[in-house]
Design a protein around this ligand. Structure first.
Ligand code: IMP
Ligand code: MG
Length: 179
């Protein structure tokens, strides 16, 4: 499977991503200076970002993962009907939660997760996303840390998939249209 069949152009190079991830890590380290946050990675898209980001966070912290799926993915859009495939292993009550996402698009997925997790009474809840597509937002989302605002184009690589492939790419690419 050749990536060039899918790739229209490189949007964010490996170097651009690594510089920004290090900046986010040091900002998070400052903001959580006397606390030990729990980073919640949303599977599968956030794994690459989370594993790089956590190595730039200097405060002690835990990690956990939630796996979700959204119905009606055919049109490369989330429907907002979300199913939990794997819940967190530990209770989050009283913890400083930092949700780590790959991309915020319509905002429906993250809003569902915010609602779910607030119900479990954490001490605090913040959102960190590598990518943000503000033009696609259908519901307001309070984002605390954003790697890059991008235009409304379907992207893949660095954790994001195109038909489950190419999550391993070190860069973020734009998919050819009509795939
Ligand atoms: P939302 O609920 O519309 O905000 O969708 C968020 C989820 O849709 C992300 O966690 C991704 O899994 C997926 N997604 C949205 N845009 C893209 C994209 O451009 N490439 C790959 N996945 C995407
Ligand atoms: Mg995702």
């Amino acid at each position: 499977m050749n990536v060039n069949k899918y790739l229209a152009e490189v949007l964010l190079t490996e170097e651009q991503i690594q510089i920004r991830v290090a900046e986010l890590g040091s900002q998070i380290s400052d903001d959580y200076a006397s606390r030990s946050p729990l980073l919640l990675g949303i599977l599968k898209g956030s794994v690459v970002f989370l594993s790089d980001l956590m190595r730039h966070i200097s405060v002690p912290h835990e990690i956990d993962f939630l796996a979700i799926s959204s119905y009606g993915k055919e049109a490369r859009e989330s429907s907002g009907a979300i199913k939990i495939l794997k819940d967190l292993n530990e209770s989050v009550a009283g913890k400083d939660l930092l949700i780590v996402e790959d991309i915020i698009d319509s905002g429906l997925t993250i809003n569902y997760l915010i609602h779910l997790l607030r119900g479990r009474i954490p001490a605090s809840l913040k959102i960190c996303t590598l990518l943000n597509k503000p033009a696609r937002r259908v519901t307001e989302v309070p984002l605390d840390y954003v790697g890059f605002d991008i235009e409304d184009r379907f992207v893949f690589g660095y954790g994001l998939d195109i038909d489950e492939l190419f999550r391993n790419l070190p860069f973020v690419g734009v998919a050819k249209s009509g795939l």
